[in-house]
Every structure is written in structure tokens, then in C-alpha cells.
Design a protein around this ligand. Structure first.
Ligand code: FES
Length: 113
């Protein structure tokens, strides 16, 4: 029997991006992690972390808004799932990163190195 270890976190390094109580529900902020810009959101009580760059024309997703469960790009209004980065009707998704809610804050896992 083969193990599917695709969800392993062995090669991730975890970085705190949100302090407890910092991010209100249905809001998004930019975070810088090891020089990388992320759009970190809280939507319906769930946290998500996406690349900050919209695949359409590079809009800053961390300056967007959460509307009806979607992260809306501030430049032309594409709507992304704030956890998966998927955009209905488009092939391009925003890269997404795993998030862990811990007692001392919210952490994002980025590939080690
Ligand atoms: S840059 Fe985001 S929708 Fe155009």
C-alpha cells in the first residue's frame, strides 16, 4: 500500500503572520515573510494565505477586500477563494500556502530554504 505524503509539512518553515485577535473576520492584510509578500485573510473564521500578486496584472491582493466569501482584487475586481486561490472562470490561480492557527497567532508554512 502506497502512502500519499503530499500534505507533509516536513519541508515547511512556519512563520507568524497574524497576532491573536489582530485580524477581524472578513478582512485581509499584507504580510512580508522572508522577503515574500503575502495576502493573509480571515474569512468566515478561516484564515488563508495567498501570494500578494494577482495573476491578472499584478494587483496587490493584500490591499483587496473580502466580499461574500471571496478576496476581491483591488485593481480589476477578480474574485479569488481566499484559501485555495482559485478564481471561478479563470485557469490561473493564486499560489496558496498552508496556515495554522495556534494559541500565539496564525502561522504560514513556506517551503524551507
Ligand atoms: S490585477 Fe487583479 S484583477 Fe486585474
Amino acid at each position: 500500500m502506497a502512502d500519499d505524503d503530499s500534505t507533509s509539512t516536513v519541508d515547511l518553515t512556519w512563520h507568524k503572520v497574524v497576532e491573536p485577535g489582530e485580524l477581524e473576520d472578513d478582512s485581509v492584510k499584507m504580510a512580508v515573510v522572508t522577503g515574500k509578500l503575502l495576502a493573509v485573510s480571515r474569512c468566515g473564521g478561516r484564515y488563508g494565505a495567498l501570494d500578494n500578486v494577482c495573476p491578472h496584472k499584478g494587483g496587490p491582493l493584500g490591499q483587496g477586500q473580502i466580499e461574500e466569501g471571496k478576496l476581491v482584487c483591488p485593481w480589476h475586481g477578480r474574485e479569488y477563494d481566499p484559501v485555495s486561490g482559485h478564481c471561478d472562470g479563470y485557469e490561473e490561480s493564486v499560489p496558496s500556502y498552508p496556515v495554522e492557527e495556534r494559541e500565539d497567532g496564525v502561522y504560514v508554512g513556506l517551503p524551507a530554504g
